[in-house]
Design a protein around this ligand. Sequence first.
Ligand SMILES: [Zn+2]
Ligand SMILES: [Zn+2]
Length: 174
Amino acid sequence: MANTWLGFGAIAIAVFLVMEFVAWAAHKYIMHGDWGWGWHESHHEPHEELFEKNDLYAVVFAGFAIALFALGRFGGLPVVTAIATGITLYGLFYFIVHDGLVHQRWPFRHIPHKGYAKRLVQAHRLHHAVKGREGCVSFGFLYAPPVEKLSAELKASGRVRAEQLAERQPHGLN
Ligand SMILES: [Zn+2]
Ligand SMILES: [Zn+2]
């Protein structure tokens, strides 16, 4: 029995990691693509409102996870419940770190100054360093490439909004 639970835990963790790839692909090809940009654009523009149209993506992903939980529970498929758990954990992580730590949508006092957490925040700020949907870098989230690499990519694309580079303006990017 313990083995079974370990197995489900391993599946949930594996799905959590796979979700980074899913999120990267969805961000790059759907949200910055022709038919996904309509919702995602709101996340790349400064605004005063509490919600963004882009939040609808979170609603869609959550609906998908809830459907899987229901299928796992009522269909008697614990493997599906484990998959839904992994998806939900990734969503929670993204919500807390992306919306809280990076974008400060609620007063998140901690600002990381070293290590992986700092790199993750900088990498995502660099995603917001270009205006519009073209020429952006860093579509993933968990896997944060070094800032130097992303800066070089940005320079190569020549579309940097210099005033928004992470080093110069550490707060308040939307
Ligand atoms: Zn984006
Ligand atoms: Zn963002």
